[in-house]
Design a protein around this ligand. Structure first.
Ligand code: G4P
Length: 190
């Protein structure tokens, strides 16, 4: 998506060799017109897949996932990050390790919001190591629903998230794929 790539180049701030801060349009302040276009792009890509629900993880996935769900006219489900294990009959949890932030959290959802016949599209802001998406898949699998596709706004292709997801048979569609960060410049794949 050319407009997204342009915005990343113009407004993204490189931190070290692996992190791009996108606080001015995605992670802190949100460019809602760009989010709308992102939502249309994901919706068009997955429109013929009979998606019944869009799922994301709090917090930065919410903006692009909201617009995608809006354009697909399906509900949005936001998975929560909990610091502790909740033991009750209504909740499903799985542990996720974020390599980027070096923290563990319990990805949490109420059982009632994922049904066996759900066909789910997972949307997130970044794909780095794939742990978040794989955690979401585990929760979806626990309810025997189906993860139909994964939509990513910014993929860091120099990390192994895509490979892990594709090795698991998942369909990954990324709007901007960063191949490397070199000499202070963000380089895209293609
Ligand atoms: P993974 O989901 O692909 O496994 O990646 P990993 O655990 O390594 O990193 C997950 C968290 O780090 C996510 O935030 C993700 O958005 C963020 N992240 C990874 N790489 C970058 C980057 O280059 N730039 C920015 N800005 N963020 C990055 P999170 O823990 O889900 O927090 P939130 O921001 O959604 O609340």
């Amino acid at each position: 998506m050319e407009e997204l790539k342009r915005t990343i180049k113009e407004k993204g701030k490189i931190v070290g060799t692996e992190i791009i801060k996108v606080d001015s349009f995605l992670n802190h302040q949100v460019d809602v017109e760009l989010m709308d276009k992102i939502g249309i792009e994901f919706a068009n890509k997955f429109r013929d897949k009979n998606i019944t629900k869009v799922i994301t993880i709090e917090s930065s996935g919410i903006a692009p996932a909201t617009m995608t769900a809006f354009h697909l006219k399906v509900p949005l489900l936001i998975l929560k990050k909990s610091t502790s294990r909740i033991l009750n009959d209504n909740t499903l949890q799985t542990k996720v390790h974020s390599f980027t932030k070096n923290i563990d959290y319990e990805l949490t959802v109420s059982k009632e919001y994922i049904k066996e016949d759900d066909r789910i599209l997972f949307i997130d802001d970044f794909l780095a190591n794939g742990a978040a998406a794989l955690g979401a898949k585990q929760l979806i699998d626990m309810k025997k629903a189906e993860l139909i596709g994964i939509g990513i706004v910014i993929e860091k292709s120099f990390q192994d998230g895509r490979k892990k997801l594709e090795d698991g048979g998942l369909d990954v569609y990324s709007l901007a794929r960063i191949s490397k960060i070199e000499n202070g410049e963000i380089c895209f794949k293609d």
